[in-house]
Write a protein that binds this ligand. Structure first.
Ligand SMILES: Cc1ncc(C[n+]2csc(CCOP(=O)(O)OP(=O)(O)O)c2C)c(N)n1
Ligand SMILES: [Mg+2]
Length: 614
């Protein structure tokens, strides 16, 4: 065996640089780069190694570990899980700062390689700076926080463990069914230790996402159900996008005249204009999609986790005989809701279903009618009117009219995702990037950077509330420094607007969500000068006060060569009433507030529609 003497850090960097992916016949690096914030726990070990591999594995410097991990995750989502990034940190706070992002990647089934530094394996200098000592067990250390939020977890306490650990990490990163974050903790002493590694380990290795076809029995059962369905509905989830199954989805839907509803992750599988696209489904869905969902006797769920926002907390599919055919690459998801599982890659599964089914007219006419109604609602709620402050919907309407077909929008938390799900008119498939598995405040700007890195020829619009912006905005500066232009639309409604509305509906009061006094100004000055803040980080910034000015600001931002922040005040009290569905948020069983009895009665009656057997 030919060997090469390398440190653990050097071997890791070389191995990552040697991993390739086949994307439609092109061989690309699997790791487009490494986001790194160095500290004593990785600067001399893995950091030293990364400096040697810059030509094949670029390292990027960020400002916040959680944010850089969001960037890496968004990049992977935008490449539909074909390419990804690694993130390395020091020990202690640098490492645990990434735990939230690990959870986000886990929920959304997105690949990212976490390489947190870890305290000394030899324990000689213990306790070291930033080490969390555990009096009960020396084995349980801070990085164990990553365990429940990783699809693969390891700690390298001897250099040669890399030889067997790395292929396991690559397995989860490239497996459609098991996809998620892989975490390999790197004790800081081991990173610098040398070993004679087999040379073969560093030969280029090409990965290709596995396509698993359906099982004959499961397929036959699903075909029979669909063939006999009187009111079928397709729900497109993120799996459609990750499988590149858009064409097969449209083809089956058109073949059988089945309307297609979309989850947040699946929105953009079809353009808004497609005659069978009935739009977002569930809690933030359109009336068109939700009407079909309530009546459906067979729901073909494709690549979705069937989370509460999609199923209306399990109360949306009202038809007592409704069955779900659950086409999913992961058997874990395929058995949820007493579904009829069809475990398969979405593209192959949809193709097989079409081949086995006769064409029919289906619900085309009804879909057209319901779509037309929702188009009217959209027109009404997004058009300007005379109220002093615009609604989120009106801002989105103005933006939608101003963006080009290939521009990508990015959002995650606050009131905007719900409005986007209902109202955003996707012009071209793949231009709608919502992180709604974790709906993590602070994902937006950092995530936008990852999307921009993955799709450099598109303008990337980040839609963010004032709350999310204040939580995590440091990567504005990273975007400026990296020359990765973003257009950030900051909707300032003076606090946590959507939670304040939810609070009003569930408790009858407003408490601890909006800025006190309900004002954004301190006399003449804005309470928070977002324009000055964004400018201080090197971005262009302006505040607009009318929807017409917003359109011209967007034009200026599109023409600019660096990141712009456009700030607009909005009404925190308004959201689109039309469409939507109940969401299970428990109401206090006893409360002294006026209207509490009515709220509890309404909650309890909605709760009775929840199907717990499916
Ligand atoms: C990290 C994180 N913390 C808390 C929440 C709960 N939460 C969801 S939306 C929201 C308020 C967001 O405020 P803002 O970004 O201003 O949007 P708005 O609701 O005003 O539209 C909060 C606190 C969350 N989703 N993520
Ligand atoms: Mg807000």
């Amino acid at each position: 065996m030919t060997t090469i003497r390398l440190t653990t850090g050097q071997a890791l960097a070389r191995y990552l640089a040697a991993q390739m992916v086949d994307v439609d016949g092109d061989t690309l690096p699997m790791f487009a780069g490494v986001f790194a914030i160095f500290g004593h726990g990785n600067v001399a070990g893995f950091g030293e190694a990364l400096a040697q591999t810059q030509d094949v594995l670029p390292t990027y410097r960020a400002h916040n570990e959680q944010a850089m991990a969001h960037t890496a995750i968004a990049f992977a989502k935008a490449t539909r899980r074909r390419q990804m990034m690694a993130c390395t940190t020091s020990v202690g706070p640098g490492a645990t700062n990434m735990v939230t992002a690990a959870a986000l990647a886990h929920v959304n089934r997105l690949p990212v390689l976490f390489l947190p530094g870890d305290t000394f394996a030899n324990r000689r200098p213990d306790p070291v700076l930033q080490q969390v000592e555990n009096p009960q067990s020396s084995l349980d250390v801070a990085n164990d926080c990553f365990r429940p939020v990783s699809r693969y977890f390891d700690r390298i306490t001897r250099p040669e463990q890399l030889i067997t650990s790395l292929p396991q990490a690559m397995r989860v990163l490239t497996c459609p069914a098991d996809c998620g974050p892989a975490t390999i903790c790197l004790p800081q002493d081991v990173q610098a230790e040398a070993y004679d590694f087999p040379k073969a380990m560093f030969e280029p290795q090409v990965h290709r996402l596995r396509r698993q076809g359906p099982d004959a029995f499961e397929l036959e059962r699903a075909v029979k159900l669909l063939a006999n369905a009187k009111a079928p509905l397709i729900i497109a989830g993120g799996g459609v996008r990750y499988s590149h199954a858009e064409a097969e989805l449209i083809s089956l839907a058109e073949h059988r005249g089945i309307p297609v509803a979309e989850t947040q992750a699946g929105k953009g599988s079809l353009s808004w204009a497609h005659e069978l696209n009935v739009g977002g489904v569930g809690v933030t869905g359109t009336s068109a999609a939700n009407d079909f969902a309530r009546e459906a006797d067979v729901v073909l769920a494709v690549g979705t986790r069937l989370a509460d926002f999609t199923t209306g907390s399990r109360s949306l599919f009202e038809n007592a005989d409704a069955r779900i055919i659950n086409l999913n690459v992961a058997s874990f998801d395929a058995v949820k809701h007493r579904s009829v599982p069809l475990v398969s890659d979405a593209k192959l599964g949809l193709e097989s279903l079409k081949v086995a089914l006769e064409p029919c007219e289906g619900s085309r006419a009804k879909a057209l009618e319901k779509r037309a109604h929702w188009a009217q609602v959209t027109e009404k709620v997004t058009s300007p009117d005379t109220r002093p402050l615009p609604s989120d919907a009106q801002i989105l309407g103005a933006l939608n009219r101003a963006v080009d077909a290939r521009d990508v929008i990015v959002a995650a938390a606050g009131g905007l995702p719900g409005e986007l799900h209902k109202l955003w008119q996707v012009k071209a498939p793949g231009t709608y990037h919502l992180e709604y598995g974790f709906s993590c405040m602070g994902y937006e700007i950092a995530g936008g950077l990852g999307v921009k890195m993955a799709t450099p020829s598109s303008d990337v619009f980040v839609l963010v509330g004032d709350g999310s912006y204040l939580m995590l905005n440091s990567e504005i500066s990273t975007s400026v420094l990296m020359g990765q232009k973003l257009i950030i639309m900051l909707v300032d409604n003076g606090g946590y607007g959507c939670i304040n509305r939810l609070q009003g509906g569930t408790t009858g009061r407003s408490f601890n969500n909006l800025f006190e006094h309900g004002t954004r100004t301190d006399g003449e000055r804005p309470l928070i000068d977002f324009v000055a803040h964004a400018r201080s980080m090197g971005a262009l910034a302006e505040k607009v006060t009318s929807l017409a000015d917003l359109a011209t600001a967007v034009r200026r931002a599109k023409a600019a060569d660096k990141t712009s922040v456009i700030v607009m005040n909005a009404d925190p009290g308004v959201s689109t009433e039309e469409g939507g569905h109940w969401w299970d948020v428990p109401v206090a069983e006893t409360s002294g507030l006026a209207g509490a009895d009515d709220r509890l009665t309404a909650y309890q009656s909605a709760k009775r529609k929840q199907k717990i057997d499916g």
